[in-house]
Design a binder for this molecule. Sequence first.
Ligand SMILES: Nc1ncnc2c1ncn2[C@@H]1O[C@H](COP(=O)(O)OP(=O)(O)OP(=O)(O)O)[C@@H](O)[C@H]1O
Ligand SMILES: [Mg+2]
Length: 323
Amino acid sequence: MTGDTAGEAAIYARGLTKYFDSLLAVDHISFSIEQGELFGFLGPNGAGKTTTIRIFMNLTRSSEGTATVYGMDTVRDTLALKSVVGIVPEVSNVFPEITARSNLTFTGALYGMGRRESASRAVELLGMFGLEEHGGKKAGQLSLGLKRRLAIAMSMVHRPKVLFLDEPTSGLDVTASRSIREIVKRLNSEGVTFFLTTHNMEEANQLCDRIAVINRGKIIAVDTPGKLRRAASEAQSVEVTLNRRPTAVEEAGLAGIDGVTGVAEAGESYRLLTADPERTLRSLFRFLEAGDLAVSAVSTPGPTLEDVFVKLTSEEQDVGSGS
Ligand SMILES: Nc1ncnc2c1ncn2[C@@H]1O[C@H](COP(=O)(O)OP(=O)(O)OP(=O)(O)O)[C@@H](O)[C@H]1O
Ligand SMILES: [Mg+2]
């Protein structure tokens, strides 16, 4: 399905590594993204997502390894690469003091477009991104959602084949996030290959063809959302707050409840990890009826990113120890 050599892939990394002094920010990561794919890079704060994008943009040098886009090396072929790649950085690159339209024409000029060409491209992009009414407004006066849309429009000025988006919906409300996701899907259906980072598991699930889960610089899983969801469903939990602190015997009893694969203290409450919250709930109430512990609150929170990480990393260890 996916080209596994630098030449075939749209975006390719092999053994990519970045040290900041002794800090290993990106740890020998490899992946291969085919043309037209919508690839998600999912990980918590500090995982190495932005650093990876910065290496592809040649804004920072890798310490080891290779990064290519359509076979073009990010260090050797910088100029050629710029013409096929667009980027929407984590921190807004929109100039607040000039109008939305001028942001677009200015970006066009940076890509060597003449005045007339950049002006007509700006009109086209304002239309494509639903920004027609806002073209004459100073970019700094636009809402965060519209500003993000403008940033994506700016990244598309030179019609790149590949877009790198660094947390495109962070800080946006539900409606603005959805509008950004729709734009991403539309551009993708028109053939643009995407590499986008997020720490939002649900967003990655909704948007991406494949997701790489990155944690502390390492890719710990690359899979389709469906397969990752299955791993997540096995990382559900029942959270219970009791009327008093359980004794050691009672605590052991909690661990023995049907379906429970682990118990973690979470502040005042206990988190019972289970693949089957319903069965665990029923068994929990039977356990409590038999003793004199009472529940003051109970909930079944969905899997957190951390739960999925724990699940995936433990699987990784199982595979390692099994072979
Ligand atoms: N210029 C730098 N100098 C030193 N350390 C850095 C630098 N840039 C990033 N780091 C460190 O490298 C690690 C990875 O950072 P990075 O910004 O790539 O993470 P991220 O996944 O993008 O996180 P976030 O979700 O917070 O944006 C972090 O520990 C960070 O502190
Ligand atoms: Mg980042």
